[in-house]
Each structure stands twice: as C-alpha cells, then as structure tokens.
Ligand binder design. Sequence first.
Ligand code: SF4
Ligand code: SF4
Length: 335
Amino acid sequence: MKQGTIRIDDLEQLIAGILKSFRMYAPVADGGGVALSELKKGQSPLLDYHGLKKPIKELFFPQSETILKSEGDALKSVPVREEKRIVFGIRPCDARALQQMDSVFADGEYRDPYYTARRRDTLILSLACREPQDICFCTSIGGGPFDERGSDVLMFKDADTLLFQACSSAGTSFLTEFNDHFKRPTAVLTETRKKAVAKARKKSLRFKGERLFDRLDGSLEPAFWDTLAWRCLGCAVCTYLCPTCHCFTFSDQSSTDGGERSRNWDACSLELFTREASGHNPRSSKGQRIKQRIMHKFRYAKENFGDTFCVGCGRCISNCPVNMDIREIIGGIIQ
Ligand code: SF4
Ligand code: SF4
C-alpha cells in the first residue's frame, strides 16, 4: 500500500492544496468538546483529541433533510449537491461505522441516492488511536484502534510527523495526486507504528464479544430487559449519537405555496417509533425497546449484513444522562 510522511509543520501547505479542489471537514475545538467542522484556509485540524462528540453520519445522512417539494401540482425531488469532500482526522471506529451504514444505504438492492452520492464523493482520511479512552471497546467487538475498514487513508501521528497509508484505490489516488508533499517513511517510524498497534489494541480490549451473537438467541428472559429499563429514561440520546443507528421517518408539511417532505432521524428507543395508528404498540415497554436495540446491533445486523452494528466508540456510555453502560449490558448477556 502506498505510504508517505509529512511534518506537521508542513500540513498547512497540504491543506491549502486540498482546499483548491475539495471541501474539507476536520476535528476542531468546539466549546468544551471537539466537533467536525468545515476547514477554511489557514485553519488547523486537531490531531491530539480523543473523540468527536457527534458521529460523522450527519455528513452523509443529515438529521433532517428535504427530499421532495411541491409547487402547485408539480412534485420535484431535491437533488443532492455534488461536491468533492475530504473528511480528515476522524477515528477509525467512526470510519468503520460508515462501512456498516453502507451495507444499509449503499450496498443492497435498494440504494439511497442521497447517501450513495455523498459517499461516492467523499474521501475518508482517518487518524489511528494511540491512546484509546476508558470508554472505548472497539477491539472487543472486532474492530481496532488501527482498523482500516471504511477509511481511504489511515494516518498515524508520531511526535512531529504524520504517516499516511492508503487503504483503498481512492486513497492511493489521493497520495499520488499530492505526492509532492510527502516523503518516504523511515524504518524507525514503521517500527514505531508496529509497536503502537499492539499497545493500543491491548488497551481497548475489555471483553470477548464473540459470544454475544450466540447468547442473543432469544432465550434471555423478559425480566433481564425489564431490569435495565428501570434505569433508562428513554431519551434516545444513545441512539442519536450512535454512529451506526440509522432509523428514520418522513414528515410532510404543506403551506399555501406548496409543501415539502423531509426525512428525519428516528430512534427505536422512543415509544412513538412503533406506535400504530390504532394506538396499539408492539413495543410498549422500555424493556422491549432496549431489547430491540441490543438485538438489532449484535444479532440481526450480523445475520443480515455480516457485522455487528456497534463499533465500540463509547458515545452512548459517556453521554447517557443516567450512566447506562452498554459494556455492562453486554457483560450481563455473555456471562
Ligand atoms: S441515553 Fe441512557 S437513558 Fe437515554 S435512552 Fe439511552 S440508555 Fe436510556
Ligand atoms: S452502541 Fe454505543 S458504543 Fe456502540 S457504536 Fe453505538 S454509540 Fe458507539
């Protein structure tokens, strides 16, 4: 795979070159946290940060998006804005989550034209995690701090140097296009990277997740889920901030000039998600809804798409208002 290194002091020049032909999104300080934001000339991305508060799915699958407009009797679909984009410096778990979203929106028989166009026009340059946080558990569920899945280029930072390694043909083309900015990696840097992979993997391994699929065979008693529900508020923060949760609903609005249809995020952890017009709700209790979320992520997704729909990013742990911890739920399942 094609590789190249750049001194961090020289990154500004590379970014200036990229901005001539791409819109670029990268982590920047935002209040007390870190957000993905469009980078302007002269702005530097954050390289030493733990994780983005919000997942990057919004760039491909916005929280709310108008897809149809009507004017008089005419109904028109809203076209996707075509633009070349680079997402720079996201963590490998978020890139892997995109691959899981692809299996829903882009790889099957029915393809979402909005999502597919944005994925086609976006390069993903992720940044390996040397120091996974306490809430991270990517290695426990088949990922890793240096996972290449979903990335076009995986970067590795060591002191004042960034090592770029292509992971796809689009990534190779990117490194070729900007070849003048890169040097060949030294043997010392290659060796440092190898040692960092092993160290980071060890740090993000919390449990053995392979048993999850078999344990979620439907034999867990309803009481198991109802006990979890006692604490959960049903606020759906965990679902909205999850990089792989992708349920949506449609909403129609009309005015005297016409109307529009929008697609909006929805969440299986909300009571209204399954409530039918008759008032009947097949998932009327919080226990049933927690069960659905866990079964979907760790059993149904694997049956339907061959991978779990959790990347171990830990967002649902750090943002839950009542400190629900998905690792404890998993621990209770696989014990
Ligand atoms: S964030 Fe916590 S309280 Fe809110 S729905 Fe998720 S698990 Fe329940
Ligand atoms: S379920 Fe939690 S840990 Fe897993 S990907 Fe979603 S937010 Fe991250």
